[in-house]
Design a binder for this molecule. Structure first.
Ligand SMILES: [Zn+2]
Length: 480
């Protein structure tokens, strides 16, 4: 097999896909035509390519080919899913509300009963219109996994990523057990502050409003959004030529900031939008972390180390920047916030909810993807695991939609742990205000240069000799 030709074609494919994504979601083009891109590069994802890459022993390229093969085999359903989602409407008080917009309305709705009504209508519409497609895609991808010679999706993902998901689950289960007693204590106060009630009345439909935390918005003035990022980058002396800021407001721009690494490291878009409040800062910093990571990668690295590999690396740098929006030193330096206690408490509570949710999700997804005799009982497993982890009656209805493909949840879980280590290292070496030290920026650049040529655990072993363990997050959420 000509690996160089395969790499060049793969880079062209990823790049075209990211460009299409950028143009559509930045509101520059209505169409979102990814099917022709798949067809133009169909050879990348043929069974023959998978077979040959397996013989060559190039894990990230093999993983890319297998994901692409499954993606191609389900792309008609994916397109139909997007089409239905975009046209679906729910009924609320006798009025029609677009399905996608309903989620945004729910997050900003102050009345808890109305939030619950919106969520119920969304779940009902999804079960009727979207679940049959999701189930078909899930069954087809499990079938293909078998045809390619793996016993289950789980076995396939573990082999291709080199990540021991069983070992990770032992860590996340231990985390659930170890935080069980403090969970409500950590979350109750910020929850009551935002919602006006605690666990006794809490429903799943309230979480979005809680994460949104409108009472904290006052510290996050819109006119400080871009300057606070610019000052942070200049404090670290980070100014890679490849980052292209798209700050223009367009009617069809998606309401959420995103990063699109069209050409790594030379053409990385950071698309900025504003909805107002703390949320904008968190999202912008997260995406800026991705953009810096991509734009500092060595151009000569093979494509698989720039675009593919272990995404817990890029997510950890995104989390590192995102975390600044709840860091007292940064809040004081960049936003002149002198009392950040409420922000810190809310951030800690929200993080604990997220970590416990992802821990429960990982256990559920491992069961779902371990070739169960029948899928039906998994619905109950999903509801039970999430309800137990979050102390709320979690609807089992989202058992098909709340699944990330190929265990992306594991990348987040590992990234949270890796970020904690990297942040502590920065604080120890460069002080609480590490974000104002040029040397801290140099240190980050030295990590970013390597792209994703190592796995997250390998990077940490090289950095500090420590083992990547989810248990490190205990201190993050339990102490102040
Ligand atoms: Zn991210």
């Amino acid at each position: 097999m000509n690996l160089e030709a395969y790499r060049a074609d793969a880079e062209e494919f990823v790049s075209s896909l990211d460009r299409e994504y950028y143009l559509h979601y930045a509101g520059l083009r209505d169409e979102f035509d990814i099917e022709p891109i798949y067809e133009r590069h169909a050879e990348l994802f043929s069974r023959d390519s998978v077979l040959r890459l397996r013989e060559e022993g190039t894990p990230p390229l093999l993983e890319f080919a297998v994901h692409g093969l499954i993606g191609r085999a389900t792309k008609a359903e994916q397109a139909e899913l997007a089409r239905r989602e975009a046209s679906l409407e729910i009924e609320l008080d006798g009025e029609a509300l677009p399905y996608r917009q309903a989620a945004v309305v729910q997050v900003n709705e102050r009345d808890p009963d109305r939030r619950a009504a919106i969520e119920e209508a969304r779940l009902e519409a999804a079960a009727r219109e979207l679940d049959p497609l999701l189930r078909e895609m899930l069954e087809r991808s499990h079938g293909l996994t078998g045809e390619l010679g793996w016993r289950s999706m789980r076995e396939m993902c573990e082999e291709l990523s080199g990540i021991d998901l069983g070992a990770l689950e032992r860590q996340t289960s231990a985390f659930l057990a170890d935080t069980e007693d403090s969970y409500e204590e950590v979350v109750s106060e910020p929850l009551e502050r935002e919602l006006g009630f605690g666990f006794e009345r809490l429903r799943r439909s309230d979480f979005g409003f809680f994460f949104r935390a409108p009472t904290l918005d006052v510290a996050f003035a819109e006119d400080r959004l871009l300057p606070s990022l610019a000052e942070t980058l200049s404090g670290l002396a980070l100014d890679p030529p490849g980052v292209i800021m798209d700050t223009e407001l367009r009617p069809k721009k998606t309401p959420r900031a995103f990063c699109s690494p069209v050409r790594v490291p030379d053409e990385v878009y950071l698309v900025i939008t504003r909805r107002g409040g703390r949320d904008d800062f968190e999202t912008l910093l997260h995406e800026a972390g991705h953009a810096q990571h991509f734009a500092h990668m060595e151009a000569t690295l093979p494509m698989e180390h720039r675009y593919l590999g272990d995404n817990s690396i890029t997510e950890s740098f995104a989390f590192l920047f995102q975390h600044l929006s709840a860091d007292p030193a940064w809040l004081e330096a960049r936003l002149a916030v002198t009392d950040s206690e409420a922000i810190e408490r809310q951030a800690r509570a929200a993080k604990l909810v997220f970590l416990r949710r992802y821990a429960a999700k990982l256990s559920y997804e491992l069961e779902l993807h371990s070739a169960p005799a029948s899928l039906d009982p998994l619905r109950e497993v999903y509801g039970r695991r999430l309800s137990e982890a979050l102390h709320v009656d979690w609807p089992s209805a989202s058992w098909l939609s709340d699944v990330d493909s190929f265990f992306y949840a594991a990348a987040y879980i590992r990234a949270w742990a890796l970020e904690t280590h990297v942040r502590r290292l920065l604080q120890t070496r460069f002080g609480e205000r590490w974000f104002d030290e040029r040397e801290a920026g140099d240190f980050l650049k030295s990590l970013w240069r390597e792209g994703q040529s190592m796995r997250g655990d390998e990077l940490l072993a090289e950095l500090t000799g420590e083992e990547l363990d989810f248990g490190v997050l205990m201190d993050e959420v339990l102490t102040s």
